[in-house]
Design a protein around this ligand. Structure first.
Ligand code: SME
Length: 182
């Protein structure tokens, strides 16, 4: 199989089946490759093509990608910096605690937002985005868990994400956490 075939999703698959393929292909691509830029770039491609193969509202996803911990951040001023993604140009820096991404980073918890306009401090990188899910990628043992990146997916429809998205994106976050040198 050529590499690009990993991004081909059959018509008519369920969201669960599409995410299963994302996880399977990601696991294969990460085998023998621990560079985070490389792995996040391929993961963004897999997610993007998975959403585009699905029915409404998943096919209305308009941004799928990553922010990583900014190495220039200091202990008193932690921030995220834009990482690999698919979609339109986006905000470069996001302070911990700001918007949906910054909240997920600061709290190390998934943010499932049905209507971004109701989320206090939401950062409107793209006015088309109506709903959003952000999943933290954390590494380290319990008690000393460190945030290294977040998965961010935006949808141009309200209520674009549900518990299926949460379940599989959290599995992808766990896979990425242990598959890359951060
Ligand atoms: N809306 C996000 C900012 C990132 S972009 O959507 C790509 C937020 O509020 O954190």
């Amino acid at each position: 199989m050529v590499h690009a075939d990993a991004s081909n999703f059959a018509e008519g698959v369920t969201k669960e089946q599409a995410y299963e393929q994302v996880l399977l292909q990601a696991g294969g691509l990460f085998d023998g490759q621990r560079n985070w830029v490389c792995n996040l770039a391929n993961a963004a491609s897999l997610l993007w093509h998975a959403y585009k193969s699905l029915p409404h509202p998943s096919n209305q996803v308009n941004w799928a990608g990553f922010y990583t911990l900014d190495p220039q951040a200091t202990y008193s001023k932690s921030q995220l910096i834009l990482g690999p993604f698919q979609g339109k140009v986006a905000c470069q820096l996001i302070a911990f605690g700001k918007g949906v991404c910054g909240t997920a980073a600061a709290t190390q918890t998934t943010q499932l937002v049905a209507d971004v306009e109701k989320f206090p401090g939401h950062i409107a990188c793209d006015g088309d985005s109506r709903s959003e899910i952000v999943v933290p990628i954390v590494v380290g043992a319990a008690g000393e868990k460190k945030l290294v990146a977040i998965i961010d997916v935006d949808c141009a429809e309200l209520d674009g994400f549900d518990e299926v998205d949460r379940k599989y994106l959290e599995q992808l976050a766990e896979l990425l956490g242990r598959s890359c040198d951060w």
